[in-house]
Design a protein around this ligand. Structure first.
Ligand code: SAM
Length: 292
């Protein structure tokens, strides 16, 4: 491997100065400078047979570790001023393609078809820009691209939300929503000193293993997400009250019966229900509609 030492502060500062790069807050640019972090993300997030989609390569610190391990890496970067430096830092690899593009405006299904046809699986790895963490996560999960896992650095608070148990203070709509697509696991914590510049918050790396055979394949997806939206839109109300506006009397009756089967009282709040619980309600409502 070449003499690229992106986590060496004096090397990185000199490189950035040479290319006139100043980190941009508006793009959530906090570059990794702790060598063990990109190594561990790459270890947990990819293997020799997989293709990797990276969001936001920055100056290429994580990308470099991904290129060493994966079959192919495609990195989407929004900031065009980083392209010349990436050409230098990733110059030794022939398994990487950097594309100047906003991830949220990218057709990921098409990208996977075009770029990863020879790969056994496609995984996402990223040190996410924190200003758009939730939209990016939901976009990755919802757009239908065949990802088998999503390994991402997020704010620790978000990591705690993604992996929270139903009924805990951290549990929320995002927990139940992500649970619909896969199983989230917190891998390790990362302190602000691991980045240049250091962010104001603690961070953590989370891996979401996407369900291979979804236990929710038989669920009406739209209904499932409407239930979550209603339940967490008015957290302080009982679940039955939050559903008043979106369900008929008959459907609410079906929900009440299902809640009782699940062992919940009729005044339970939505935040006590796991992804499985919301799925059970969606199935019960669908059955009530069929019998109407
Ligand atoms: N991967 C690098 C690292 O770990 O050092 C940089 C990570 S930095 C936290 C986030 C990166 O995402 C930046 O390079 C930023 O320019 C890029 N970015 C921000 N918004 C983006 C978007 N909508 N689409 C693609 N990349 C984006």
């Amino acid at each position: 491997m070449g003499d690229v030492r992106l986590t060496d502060l004096s090397y990185l500062r000199a490189l950035m100065a040479r290319y006139g790069i100043v980190t941009k807050k508006k793009y959530g640019q906090n570059f990794l400078v702790n060598p063990s972090v990109p190594e561990r993300i790459a270890e947990h997030g990819c293997d020799a047979r997989c293709g990797v989609l990276e969001i936001g390569p920055g100056v290429g610190t994580l990308t470099y570790e991904l290129c060493k391990r994966a079959r192919k890496v495609v990195a989407l970067e929004i900031d065009e001023t980083l392209l010349p430096v990436l050409r230098e830092t990733l110059g030794e690899f022939d398994n990487v393609k950097v594309i100047l593009r906003d991830v949220l405006k990218t057709d990921l299904v098409k990208l996977c078809e075009e770029e990863f046809s020879g790969c056994e699986s496609v995984r996402v790895c990223a040190n996410l820009p924190y200003y758009i963490t939730t939209p990016v996560l939901m976009y990755l999960l919802e757009n239908g691209a065949p990802f088998s896992s999503v390994t991402v650095m997020v704010q620790r608070e978000v990591a705690d939300r993604l992996t929270a148990r139903a009924g805990s203070p951290e549990y929320g709509a995002i927990t139940a929503a992500v649970g619909y697509f896969g199983r989230a696991e917190k891998l390790f914590s990362v302190s602000p000193g691991s980045f240049l510049p250091p962010p104001k918050v603690e961070s953590a790396v989370v891996r979401i293993d996407i369900h291979e055979n979804s236990p929710y394949a038989d669920c009406d997806k739209e209904l499932f997400f409407r239930l979550i939206g209603a339940a967490f839109g008015q957290r302080r109300k009982t679940l039955m009250n939050t559903l008043r506006g979106i369900l008929s009397e008959k459907e609410r009756e079906a929900v009440m019966n299902e809640l009782s089967l699940l062992g919940f009282p009729r005044d339970v709040r939505g935040e006590r229900l796991s992804t499985d619980g919301f799925a059970a309600l969606a199935r019960a409502i669908a059955a009530a509609r069929k019998n109407a």
